[in-house]
Write a protein that binds this ligand. Structure first.
Ligand code: GDP
Length: 291
């Protein structure tokens, strides 16, 4: 379910996250590998404050692998620990514990020197709706049957999922809202199905997806459309509509054609397309420095 966010909900979400933060050493910030920036919460830093974090690029099986590599390099340059995983089939999950240990090592060594006993790292997952938080938690639960508690009749307080000996994960994730004041971010979220279809005009979303694919993934478009003939987004919808008989007699049904295109985009019928690119951020940073 995608939540429509209102100021009241945002405040409540923030409060709930702040409460959970007290229980953990580290945050696993889950983002969609296809849009690591657009699927992040804009107030993340402010909300988690000084808490350590690891960025988890989830759904990496759906993203363009070469850009995922670039994102990992980008985070490394920024001094942010990041890993790419696929929660659906469990690929890369071992990286979670390793990354958390690396992130916490200094603090735990300091604690050790002060005579504090080593203990498991406590972590929680944080992210916007649909980014794969429950899928990841379920994966980890299935792999690690040594879950604590959960007897019927016992009030369900916070529970911890033990991931090996080294990590304990809070079984309920923190949910934050996506930012979509910016239409470009909105289109990108919509193209991955992260926000409800009634928030934005689907023809605009489809046009944006088509233009983006034409710019960065022309070969994908060619095999999807069966032609490399240049065309406008409108002409593309017309072609799709004619091929799939999306007409009401003589008129093209643009809305339905756009629905088909967006559905195909989400189902990776065009290919694995990444919508946020690290060079966009680097360009913005350079522009800031010039000012
Ligand atoms: P949540 O709202 O953050 O808890 O998101 P869910 O766990 O409900 O996941 C949203 C959708 O993304 C579901 O259809 C999942 O099957 C799918 N999903 C989650 N993680 C992955 C992944 O790594 N790869 C793929 N392909 N799909 C995923």
């Amino acid at each position: 379910m995608t939540i429509q966010w209102f100021p009241g909900h945002m405040a409540k979400a923030r409060r709930q996250v702040t409460e959970k933060l007290k229980l953990v050493d580290i945050i696993f910030e889950l983002v969609d590998a296809r849009l690591p920036i657009s699927s992040a919460n804009p107030m993340m830093h402010e909300i988690i404050h000084q808490k350590r974090r690891v960025v988890i690029l989830n759904k990496s099986d759906m993203a363009d692998p070469s850009i995922t590599e670039k994102w990992l390099e980008y985070y490394e340059k920024q001094g942010i620990r990041a890993v790419a995983i696929n929660s659906k089939d469990g690929k890369g999950l071992h990286k979670l514990t390793k990354a958390a240990q690396a992130e916490m090592s200094e603090k735990f060594e300091r604690n050790l020197k002060r005579g504090m006993r080593p203990r498991a790292i406590r972590a929680m997952i944080l992210g916007i709706p649909n980014v794969g938080k429950s899928t990841l938690i379920n994966r980890l639960v299935k792999k690690n049957i040594t879950q604590t508690g959960n007897r019927p009749g016992v009030t369900k307080a916070q529970q911890w999922i033990k991931v090996g000996k080294e990590l304990e994960l809070l079984d309920t994730p923190g949910i934050l809202w996506p930012k979509f004041e910016d239409s470009e971010v909105g289109y990108r979220l919509a193209l991955t199905g992260a926000i409800k279809d009634d928030i934005l005009n689907l023809i605009d979303v489809s046009d944006y997806g088509y233009d983006y694919a034409a710019k960065y993934y022309p070969a994908f478009l060619m095999s999807y459309l069966g032609t490399d003939e240049p065309m406008t987004p409108k002409e593309m919808l017309e072609r799709l509509a004619l091929n799939r008989q999306l007409t009401d007699g003589e008129h093209i049904d643009y809305s339905r054609a756009a629905e088909h295109f967006v559905r195909d985009f989400r189902a990776l019928k065009l290919g694995r397309i990444t919508l946020d690119r690290p060079e966009e951020l680097e360009m913005a940073e350079e522009a800031d420095e010039e000012v």
